[in-house]
Ligand binder design. Structure first.
Ligand code: PMP
Length: 389
């Protein structure tokens, strides 16, 4: 369970059934926590003042980069997957077990840190086009890292399939009693459940239930599904809009808008693209995962965000708010601002700041510098800056 205890759904229904807030689920009063596990969850919900001022709506963001193990929302997921595996006996401390995962980085970083804390090893398979900061960090956290050529999901050498195979090979090896555990963030129910049990209730509590729209990108889909399911099914926010923030090149936008999954290139008659062609890391995908499916029925709209808009938003947030984020956070903020403008003045929109820009210096922030954005004067009109009229 997370440090403030498991959510008992029965209690919870009672708690949200009337006018009551979620008092029973509040974290305990500030005091010591134990280890990095104790630094996960209960992140601040930050109003991004410049975006509120520019839109006339309140823009709030979960500061997920403040999760204290791997500094992203994946801390919640990694902890949830490890705890579930321990409960099922798939991971046993002290047996020499290794956690295997296919990840673009964030989940691996969270798993690597927690593995160290809990006495496991971590073996991470990731595509070789992701920012070096992430694989460097994994090395320093003591994980084994395999950077693999980008391959379609149908290939046995796709990073997810490779991680699954490595885990099986470990478990089947004759010379050890230790096991390999494939965490499987894309398909594991422990992923969206982590957000259903923690991120969703936190947002409900922190807004007093006043949330008109929740806007988030999808990598595995765990965040958007878990939060949406909680706010719709448990907190009963029937009027809540759930909006997907999708980077250019991702197939999910078309799935949400038109019910069909095709990428831009496929539409143009070329071979189906397996890889999402964007500078943005962590969100955007061309297949439907279990975690996206879990909350898909609640997603009512999607906003497509170009790389240029993501870069310009990142600059805007530094200039106006001193907030230094990575690419997926930036995409979320563009989509949150666009969504806000479609709602009545005074509405509250919640989104997610997934990770810090420090993890994206060599790619995303380099691109921003190359575009000359850092030399431009401080933009004063948000939508002009984003190229939206
Ligand atoms: N931002 C970053 C930086 C990520 O690494 C991820 C996960 N891959 C996400 C956002 C998306 O979260 P989810 O997997 O819950 O859809």
């Amino acid at each position: 369970s997370f440090f403030w205890g498991p959510v008992q759904l029965e209690d919870h229904e009672e708690a949200v059934g009337g006018e009551s807030d979620l008092g029973s689920q509040l974290p305990p009063a500030a005091g010591p926590v134990v280890g990095i596990e104790g630094c996960i969850g209960n992140t601040p919900l930050v109003e991004i003042k410049s975006l509120s001022d520019a839109t006339g709506r309140t823009i709030l963001a979960k500061a997920e980069f403040l999760n204290g193990a791997g500094n992203s929302p994946k801390d919640r997921v990694a902890l949830s997957m490890i705890q579930t595996a321990e409960a099922e006996g798939l991971l046993v401390p002290g047996r020499g077990d290794t956690i295997y995962e296919g990840t673009v980085g964030s989940t691996g970083i969270s798993l690597a840190a927690l593995a160290r804390a809990k006495g496991y090893r971590a073996h991470i398979c990731m595509p070789d086009d992701q920012a070096m900061e992430k694989s460097d960090l994994l090395h320093h956290l003591g994980a084994t890292v395999e950077r693999v050529r980008v391959a379609p999901i149908t290939s046995p050498d796709h990073f997810v399939n490779l991680a699954r195979r490595r885990a099986r090979d470990h478990t089947e090896a004759a010379d050890t009693d230790s096991r390999g555990f494939f965490a499987d963030q894309f398909e594991s129910g422990a992923n969206w459940l982590a957000h259903f049990r923690s991120t969703g209730p936190e947002i409900f509590y922190q807004t007093g239930g006043r949330v008109d729209a929740f806007v988030a990108g999808a990598g595995t889909g765990g965040t958007i599904s878990g939060v949406a399911k909680y706010l719709k099914e448990e907190a009963k926010l029937e009027d809540l809009r759930v909006v997907l923030a999708d980077p250019q090149g991702s197939g999910l936008y078309n799935k949400v808008k038109y019910g069909v999954m095709y990428s831009a290139t496929e539409k143009e008659g070329t071979r189906r693209r397996q890889q999402v062609d964007t500078i943005v890391e962590g969100i955007g995908i061309n297949r439907i995962t279990h975690n996206f499916n879990a909350g898909r029925d609640y997603i009512s709209n999607a906003v497509k965000v170009s790389d240029e808009q993501a870069c310009r938003m990142a600059r805007w947030l530094v200039e106006h708010d001193g907030i230094f984020v990575g690419s997926s956070s930036s995409v979320n903020c563009v989509a949150a601002a666009v969504t806000a403008m479609s709602l009545p003045e005074g509405s509250q929109v919640v989104t997610v700041l997934c990770d810090s820009g420090t993890r994206h210096l060599s790619k995303f922030w380099k691109r921003i510098a190359e575009m000359g954005l850092e030399d431009e004067p401080k933009p004063d009109d948000l939508f002009e800056a984003l190229g939206i009229k």
